[in-house]
Ligand binder design. Structure first.
Ligand SMILES: NC(=O)c1ccc[n+]([C@@H]2O[C@H](COP(=O)([O-])OP(=O)(O)OC[C@H]3O[C@@H](n4cnc5c(N)ncnc54)[C@H](OP(=O)(O)O)[C@@H]3O)[C@@H](O)[C@H]2O)c1
Length: 328
């Protein structure tokens, strides 16, 4: 089969389409014909050789999610049969014609979504849903600050928070991204190049601050985040695009009784991923069918233009997801 290969660690040009052996499904797994996948920030790091996948997953084929059709099922419960339209999370290897994956981490594609749209759902909606509602425990009426609100995960977080009745502040690097995020439900957009998010959030909340923060950016926001969290506020850090090293005044965390969490999906156990998949099917996918949630796609690239797609994301140009699809 064909797959996009990381021929050596390096810039987007190291990605080439090549031939690899077809994967074989084991007991409990499905063999899937991939129709589309989408890029995640982690793919860029993996391409540069600094984010290896979990053991047992090929390091030279990126891809954390897929949409496609079932070709073969070795699942005893027969929840899925050949021909079914499915989508799901992967630990890697999604930039390929075929993938095998445990059936317990597979979701049906909502009937109103195309394969391209479906490929933009699993990673960002599972990440945002898990972080905001299972870990931070957001409640209706709370105030949330989302950093990198125009990212794939950010655009999922805005929509899920809107549906939950949350008041949202969000940062991004351009007014264009902020105005698109506002269309999705963001209440207050802050361009971090021109405006200090701490001042804006404190001003807009009469110095009360926010109940929670979803931080996809990391180091550069650390100090400001501690300032804008209200006493007993919660913060979850799930991305480190600005770096991971900070100098911390731990006394603020004590005095304000803050709860600071971190999370990553890719390295969770199969049982944890299966549980999250189940919760997505129960709680999130119906909102797509009701057209209350939408996959936000910036661009769809053909597989042959995968290097251009990586460059586009690396230049921070995308609002929402970048999808790979089409004929090989
Ligand atoms: N922990 C997990 O399980 C998990 C899962 C998925 C994703 N993530 C993380 O979540 C983040 C978003 O992922 P994604 O795939 O949705 O990414 P994405 O669509 O590529 O968006 C990332 C955005 O971050 C902003 N950014 C980049 N460098 C920045 C900097 N130095 N300071 C401030 N903002 C910066 C850029 O937007 P601006 O134009 O606004 O600067 C960029 O478009 C990434 O950090 C990723 O690693 C974590």
């Amino acid at each position: 089969m064909k797959a996009v290969l990381i021929t050596e660690p390096g810039p987007p040009a190291v990605l080439k389409i090549g031939e690899v052996l077809e994967p074989q499904p084991a007991e409990g797994e499905l063999l899937i014909q991939v129709k589309a996948t989408s890029l995640n920030r982690a793919d860029l790091l993996q391409r540069r050789g600094i984010y290896p996948p979990p053991a047992g997953t090929r390091a030279d084929i990126p891809g954390l999610e897929f949409s496609g059709t079932v070709l073969e099922s070795r699942e005893p419960d027969c929840r899925f049969k050949p021909g079914d339209r499915v989508m799901g999370l992967l630990p890697g290897e999604g930039y390929a014609e075929l993938v095998v994956t445990p059936a317990v981490t597979v979701m049906p594609v909502p009937p109103n979504l195309s394969f391209e749209e479906a490929a933009a759902v699993p990673e960002v909606f599972a990440t945002a849903y898990d972080a905001l509602f299972r870990q931070v425990g957001l409640k209706e009426g709370e105030r949330l600050l989302i950093h990198a609100v125009g990212s794939g995960v950010g655009t999922a977080a805005v929509q899920l928070s809107r549906e939950a009745g949350i008041t949202m502040f969000g940062t991004a690097g351009s007014n264009e991204k902020l105005s698109k995020a506002t269309e999705l439900g963001l209440d207050v957009g802050i361009n971090y190049h021109t405006t200090d998010f701490v001042e804006t959030v404190l001003h807009q909340t009469s110095n009360a601050g926010v109940d929670a923060i979803l931080d996809l950016v990391g180091a550069s926001n650390w100090e400001g985040n501690l300032k804008v969290l209200r006493p007993t506020g919660r913060m979850i850090i799930i991305g480190l695009v600005s770096g991971s090293k900070v100098e911390a005044d731990l006394s603020v965390i004590l005095r304000k009784r803050l709860r600071i969490m971190g999370s990553v999906l890719r390295f969770r156990t199969l049982a944890e991923k299966a549980q999250l998949t189940h919760l997505m099917i129960e709680n999130v996918l119906p909102l797509f069918e009701q057209r209350r949630l939408t996959p936000v796609i910036d661009r769809v690239y053909p597989w042959q233009e995968v290097s251009a797609a990586h460059s586009y994301m690396e230049e921070n140009r995308n609002f929402g997801k970048v999808v790979l699809a089409g004929r090989w």
